[in-house]
Design a protein around this ligand. Structure first.
Ligand SMILES: NC(=O)c1ccc[n+]([C@@H]2O[C@H](COP(=O)([O-])OP(=O)(O)OC[C@H]3O[C@@H](n4cnc5c(N)ncnc54)[C@H](OP(=O)(O)O)[C@@H]3O)[C@@H](O)[C@H]2O)c1
Length: 332
């Protein structure tokens, strides 16, 4: 099986490292090696149909800032030259247009390649188009890590909970906002905590997508489409961020034994992200950078999952799980 890694930053490199760690396991399970036959960053690419050493790729990227020596102007032309069966698309999220990720995923599916992605933009904007294309071309298309990183949620609902009627999912889908709100619980003002989150690497230099709730809204749209079978985009989500949360509001909540958390809510009819009052001790009152979600279904009742919503190895673990599912289906 041949894999092309598109995007070689935090997650792309993390996936290469995880693949190297699990190489023997995968070869034993499937009786053949998983070959990385190509990789691409924003400017350069490298191809080898006989397979590249994933750890050499990481070392080269870290040493030179480039994954390959050759430069490209059109990523789809690179994909056309590559020998691959599965595209792992982990280029930056663009929630306005879907960006290069949308182009690369579409191109791979049009060429009957399987795709794994954690890139939220294409999924939050063009979910149904991509799923339809994948079905039409009999391709496998998986995206577990796009919501909640390492926290299992999409495949949990679609596979382990198949047979359930899932009534709603409510969750904390952005670790940065949760970090900020939990620090505010201790009396620190928003601006100060945001600065701290940036210094600690939890928040981007431009934190808009996190604090305005856009990142959570992408995840809510992805869940609505993938778990509830709805046909929505990011634009359909009613979004309120956390920039308007004052120290007074936090104190008032605390006086009622509550905390304020940025909650994403999805059901057949609901599609919202906003600050909500949560009783202390409730599963959604957690502090820190973890993601958590509560799934309500008719037979199983409430199920709560929690885990690291971001991180190099953590996000790569979700990609590995999708890779194994695809391989299992292919070898059935
Ligand atoms: N970080 C996480 O924990 C996490 C969790 C869940 C989902 N995600 C999603 O995973 C994706 C990658 O995140 P990341 O943290 O790895 O980002 P990142 O560190 O910024 O890495 C992005 C990579 O994509 C490359 N790139 C930029 N433009 C490209 C293009 N047009 N075509 C191909 N590659 C391009 C970059 O190239 P250069 O190296 O040359 O800049 C870089 O290698 C994003 O969509 C993000 O939303 C991330």
């Amino acid at each position: 099986m041949r894999v092309f890694i598109c995007g070689f930053g935090t997650v792309g490199q993390g996936f290469a490292e995880v693949l190297a760690r699990r190489m023997d396991f995968l070869e034993e399970r499937y009786g053949c090696p998983i070959l990385v036959t190509g990789a691409m960053d924003s400017k350069t690419y490298v191809l080898d149909r006989n397979g590249l050493d994933p750890l050499d790729l990481v070392a080269t990227k870290q040493r030179t800032g480039r994954v390959g020596e050759d430069e490209y102007s059109d990523s789809t032309k690179v994909l056309d030259q590559a020998a691959y069966d599965i595209l792992v698309e982990v280029s930056p999220t663009d929630i306005k247009t879907g960006g290069a990720g949308l182009r690369n995923i579409t191109h791979a599916l049009e060429n009957r390649k399987d795709v794994i992605t954690v890139n939220k933009g294409p999924l939050a904007l063009k979910f149904n188009e991509l799923i339809t294309l994948a079905r039409r071309n009999k391709c496998k298309f998986r995206f577990e890590g796009s919501v909640g990183g390492a926290m299992p949620i999409i495949n949990l609902c679609r596979e382990n909970l198949r047979g359930e009627k899932i009534e709603s999912i409510r969750g904390i889908f952005n670790g940065t906002c949760n970090f900020i709100l939990s620090k505010m619980d201790k009396g620190q003002p928003f601006d100060q905590v945001l600065k701290e989150a940036q210094q600690m690497g939890y928040a981007e230099t431009d934190p808009t997508n996190d604090i305005e709730g856009y990142d959570s809204a992408c995840k809510v749209a992805i869940l609505a489409n993938s778990v509830f079978g709805r046909n929505v985009t990011f634009d359909d989500v009613k979004i309120t961020g956390i920039t308007g949360i004052t120290e007074e509001a936090i104190a008032l909540a605390a006086s009622r034994n509550m905390v304020i958390r940025l909650i994403g809510e999805v059901s057949e009819t609901k599609l919202e992200v906003g600050p909500r009052l949560v009783p202390r001790g409730h599963p959604l009152s957690i502090s820190g950078t973890l993601n958590t979600a509560q799934i309500i279904s008719d037979l199983a009742g409430p199920i709560t999952v929690s885990g690291r919503g971001a991180g190099r190895t953590e996000t790569a673990s979700a990609i590995l799980s999708d890779l194994i599912s695809i391989m299992d289906e292919r070898t059935e």
